[in-house]
Design a protein around this ligand. Structure first.
Ligand code: NDP
Length: 511
């Protein structure tokens, strides 16, 4: 155990789960009110991961103050030096990848191979953004006037409020904090209440990597208290949020009162089109991975498969066969395919949608809570498939966030395109076809931020922009260079070395 780990939790007592603290101004501290909440293992809720601070507005105020205090020092630290700390952080994550992945599986349930992938995304973005420290490009352009220099530079906005969901508990905080920090902002980070342990481990490594006191502050606690306090703080000018559309809209309304910079990554209802000429085995691989990976709890999960009628039966036969064989259980067991849902509310929500689906399509597989044998103490749900669903049915329109797949038959490619776009979301979409012209039409016409050809709806890489159209977001992007836009202001600078007054658009007018 590292020194910082020991500082994050109270001294170990074998009978009790450890209690972890907030991280404010470089110290691990109890919340002012002293209340705590538990985080449990969703595969076996008897396993309590730890107790975490149930923080209040007072704790947020302290964290914001610490971030504000650190800001002048951090924004003046040369960007390549900031990048070096990100690089050290990425290297530490790489060293501790297995430990982080196992902690993630224990706390939120995704199978260990996927948890390793989640940590790897964090490592990738740390290294990518470390490089931005030496390449935060602006423009140098000629002035329209003689003896005058013109350029534009990116500058930090200030204290960034980072609010994240539980489904990618390492990757998403890194996607937000790395670009925020490398560009000179300081951070107040509120993780989801279902995954405070992952957040604590991450911040411990950040402290160990050398982020100076106050640059990164962690405050755990409820969204309605801690989240609201961050959103409403007059001293937090920039916010980055990932979560449900309803929460995002509420945050947008509040943030608008102070005209804050706000980046939103919200829900999805991602579709896969399978045309009649597709390689059905490949399509099956892609759909099973996208629909049932992370138990369907990915923003990019495929929940709609839009299939040309000619291949509905052979595709369904393959999907059903594969899904039926999937093994449910604790994700720490390498042979398990599907882990638990995150909590009881999720099981109830998914079960509710199955009831709605029974009236809309035909249930061909699953549909119930799985609780036999070793699953008895966890939040497991069977991989579920409905057939003969229509594009505007509720199960084809609303984000279920569980292992539920709707098969939507269509007559042809034109109908498939219409059905694919008939949703208020626009995150990820895919097409399986061997027809290059159909593939290009999909690339042109799919209304989504991410489009895959002959692959499922999941698999984004960190050097490309990530985010969605329509109600999946508000036009910002994570990852890639685009992430810098969420955390920087542009400043245009003119330097006149003529020694006299020169008036743009007037002294040099051509008429
Ligand atoms: P939620 O919206 O419930 O919560 C997200 C975060 O917001 C949590 O930290 C939560 O805290 C906090 N929060 C809740 N209420 C408020 C509030 N009033 N003010 C400020 N913060 C608040 O989403 P989930 O955690 O359930 O995540 C699942 C959702 O995230 C899905 O819709 C999924 O599609 C989406 N998502 C989108 C991605 C994208 O890139 N587009 C990527 C990944 C997920 P607490 O936990 O304490 O309630």
């Amino acid at each position: 155990m590292t020194e910082t780990v020991e500082r994050a939790s109270t001294p170990a007592n074998r009978a009790e789960p450890p209690t972890y603290r907030n991280f404010i101004a470089g110290s691990w501290v109890d919340s002012v009110a002293g209340e705590t909440f538990e985080s449990q293992n969703p595969a076996d809720i008897r396993d309590v991961v730890g107790r975490f601070q149930q923080s209040t507005k007072a704790d947020v105020a302290m964290a914001v103050k610490a971030a504000e205090t650190a800001l002048p020092m951090w924004r003046r630290t040369p960007a390549p030096k900031r990048g070096e700390i990100l690089y050290r952080f990425g290297a530490l994550m790489a060293e501790q990848k297995e430990r982080l992945a196992r902690a993630m599986t224990r706390e939120m349930g995704k199978v260990i191979a996927e948890a390793r992938g989640d940590v790897q995304e964090g490592i990738d973005i740390a290294f990518l953004m470390a490089g931005e420290g030496r390449r935060t490009f602006g423009d140098t352009v000629p002035s329209e006037l003689p003896d005058k220099w013109a350029m534009s530079v990116r500058q930090p906005i200030g204290v960034a409020g980072i609010i994240t969901p539980w489904n990618f508990p390492i990757a998403i905080p890194c996607w937000k904090m790395m670009p925020a920090l490398v560009t000179g902002n300081t951070v107040v980070f509120k993780p989801a209440s279902d995954t405070p342990h992952c957040a604590t481990l991450l911040v411990e490594l950040m402290a160990q990597a050398g982020f100076p006191a106050g640059t990164v502050n962690l405050v755990t606690g409820a969204g309605g208290e801690v989240g609201d306090a961050i959103v409403d703080s007059p001293d937090v000018p920039v916010l980055s949020f990932t979560g449900r559309s309803a929460t995002g809209k509420r945050i947008a309304e509040r943030a608008a009162r102070r005209l804050k910079r706000l980046s939103l990554e919200l829900g999805g209802k991602n579709g896969v089109v399978v045309l009649g000429d597709a390689d059905l085995d490949l399509a099956t691989d892609g759909i099973v991975w996208s629909a049932f990976g992370t138990s369907g709890q990915r923003c990019t999960a495929a929940s709609r498969v839009i299939v040309e009628r000619s291949v509905v039966e052979p595709l369904l036969e393959r999907l059903e066969g594969r899904a039926r064989r999937m093994r449910l259980g604790s994700g720490l067991d390498e042979t398990v395919d599907v882990g638990p849902l995150i909590n009881e509310a999720a099981v109830e929500k998914v079960g509710g949608y199955v009831e709605i689906g029974r009236a809309e399509g035909e249930l061909v597989l699953g549909g119930g809570r799985a609780s036999g044998g070793e699953l008895a103490n966890g939040w497991f749900f069977e991989p579920t498939i409905f057939r003969d669903v229509r594009p505007m049915d509720r199960i084809a329109q609303e984000e279920i966030f569980g292992p539920v797949l709707s098969i939507i038959p269509v007559a042809d490619e034109t109908q498939a395109l219409t059905a694919l776009n008939q949703t208020r979301y626009g995150l990820s979409a895919s097409i399986f076809t061997r027809d290059v012209n159909a593939a290009f039409r999909a690339m042109r016409d799919f209304e989504a931020g991410i489009v895959y050809v002959n692959a499922g709806t999941t698999g984004a890489e960190t050097h490309l922009p990530f985010g969605g159209w329509k109600e999946t977001g508000n036009g910002h992007r994570e990852a890639g260079h685009a992430a810098l836009d969420s955390f920087t202001e542009w400043k245009s600078i003119y330097v006149d070395f003529s020694g006299r007054l020169q008036r743009a658009q007037i002294d040099n007018a051509s008429d």
